[in-house]
Design a protein around this ligand. Structure first.
Ligand SMILES: *Cc1c(COP(=O)(O)O)cnc(C)c1O
Length: 495
């Protein structure tokens, strides 16, 4: 299977090239040339096999023949060692309420699902491409990708990682996870600005050919671990299929029956993987796109206009505080019937005018497959409290946004389709806000909040978040957003 650019279909490369490039040379995003289709018989087989094998089979369909099943399976097995128990259990909280827990990896957020396997894909991609350059991965993070990349790539041979996060835009626990990170090949810095500033700074470095050439002279190539990279996106398809077959195994559904997913959304990577799973034959009815107070996607799905001229809100679900959702470009590509010229025009509008619009045909087609809604801060906190009161289950704020949007959907629509809530983080990552939401009490700092949340709810602090306050911070710097390039150059001199 080859990968083509959303801005030029004729630009077609192997998966290993796409993984190394991250972004296509024309600024477009790589997408699969066509979608593989999993048959009902295959889904039945999937029921019987453990997650690592499910993951390997999904990867194979998207990455073969460049990658063989044997190597993909060995990567999936190694990734699976980084999880405590099941990678992505489906938890039944009540009749017809299912949570797909994606936070059992090394950093307690769903980014681990892909970033535990992506380093192996990248190292193998380098070998296949006979690439002996040093790879420098630049990450702009709203909190969770950063730490997951730092853990995933820690001490990986031939690869270094630099992470930039918005200084006031991540939770106390997230910040502590990143500043105390270990490994010889990693660098972390805060930047003064919000996530979009961090993402824009990193994107502009990728787009700067002169700078790229300068690094190349030093034997360094840049790459990304964000969900613009297909090495991050493709592994995420597997857990949609896994959730489906698990529900079939426990006889909640029969194979072939449609189900819905509600997905807390920021950069549109997670929900796009759900859409790709649907295109690959998974019986999915609606995908519910849940936004927080930064509800640009909700407006887009309702009006067809994507307009970034709006206030950026800092919320209790910081990993969704995003105005420019990069992966929407991939969805637009599909819904314009793969019209690369149209996508290029839309993206030019976005760059030049800060907005774009799609016509009614696209909007109507989107409406058939997606529902979009949003939850403000009050609704998010109330959902955490109500859900805890009703089920004794503690939601993280991102997942609470999804639950709130599901309620919104069901209040306006009669839809008996069973729905899986995609649960993206452990509540302990956002301990202060969650503790306040369930107890109506305040904790003075993130570390106290972790312990109090544990005592109050009886839920256990996950291993990766224990003893964070005992670790010595290694990276305390904060730089201005226009100093990111200098910082990359300085680090490049040292590796
Ligand atoms: C990254 C993240 C999201 C948003 O996922 P996207 O793929 O960016 O849409 C939601 N919740 C949590 C906890 C996250 O870390």
């Amino acid at each position: 299977m080859n990968y083509i650019s959303t801005r030029n279909k004729k630009h077609s490369v192997s998966p290993s090239r796409a993984i190394l490039d991250g972004i296509a040379p024309d600024g477009g995003l790589y997408v699969p040339e066509k979608f593989p289709v999993f048959s009902t018989e295959e889904l039945v087989i999937f029921r019987e096999i453990p997650y690592a094998e499910r993951l390997a089979r999904v990867l194979e369909r998207f990455l073969a023949p460049d990658f063989s099943f044997e190597e993909l399976y060995s990567f999936a097995l190694r990734a699976s060692e980084k999880f405590d128990g099941d990678e992505c259990p489906v938890v039944k909280v009540d009749e017809e309420i299912y949570l797909l827990e994606l936070f059992h990896g090394a950093t307690s957020a769903f980014k681990d699902m892909a970033l535990s396997v992506m380093p192996y894909l990248m190292q193998a991609a380098k070998k296949k491409q006979k690439d002996d350059l040093k790879t420098l991965i630049l990450v702009a993070t709203s909190g969770d990708t950063g730490k997951a990349a730092l853990e995933g790539y820690r001490d990986a041979e031939g690869i270094n990682v630099m992470v930039f996060y918005p200084n006031d835009g991540v939770s106390g626990v997230q910040k502590a996870q990143m500043t105390t990170t270990e490994g010889k090949n990693v660098f972390v810095s805060a930047i003064e600005g919000n996530f979009d500033d961090a993402q824009a700074a990193v994107k502009s470095i990728f787009a700067d050919r002169e700078f790229g050439a300068l690094l190349l002279k030093k034997g360094i190539e840049l790459s990304s671990a964000n969900s613009i990279n297909i090495g991050r996106l493709i592994p995420q398809i597997a857990y949609y299929i896994s959730a489906y077959v698990d529900l079939a195994s426990s006889r909640e559904i029969t194979v072939g029956e449609e189900i819905n997913f509600v997905v807390p959304t920021g950069n549109f990577g997670n929900i796009l993987a759900g859409y790709y799973a649907k295109r690959a034959g998974l019986p999915i009815g609606k995908l519910l796109c849940a936004s927080n107070k930064n509800n640009i996607l909700t407006d887009f799905f309702r009006t067809g206009e994507y307009d970034t001229d709006r206030t950026f809100h800092k919320t209790v679900s910081p990993s969704m505080d995003i105005l420019v959702s990069s992966n929407l470009e991939r969805l637009l590509f599909e819904f314009t019937d793969r019209d690369d010229k149209a996508v290029t025009e839309l993206m030019t509008d976005l760059k030049e005018k800060g907005k774009y619009s799609v016509g009614n045909t696209v909007l109507t087609a989107l409406d058939r497959e997606f529902f979009a809604g949003s939850a403000d801060e009050k609704a998010t906190k109330e959902t955490i409290m109500n859900f805890y009161d009703a089920y004794g289950y503690v939601l993280d704020p991102h997942t609470a946004v999804a639950v709130s949007v599901l309620e919104e959907y069901l209040s306006g629509e009669t839809d008996d389709t069973k729905t899986v809530i995609v649960s993206t983080a452990s509540p302990f990552k956002f301990a202060r806000d969650v503790y306040e939401a369930v107890s109506l009490l305040k904790a003075p700092n993130a570390f106290t909040a972790l312990k109090r949340l544990e005592n109050f709810t009886g839920a256990e602090i996950p291993e990766p978040l224990k003893d964070l306050d005992m670790k010595e911070p290694r990276f305390l710097g904060a730089i201005k957003k226009d100093a990111v390039k200098d910082s990359v150059l300085e680090y490049a001199e040292k590796i």
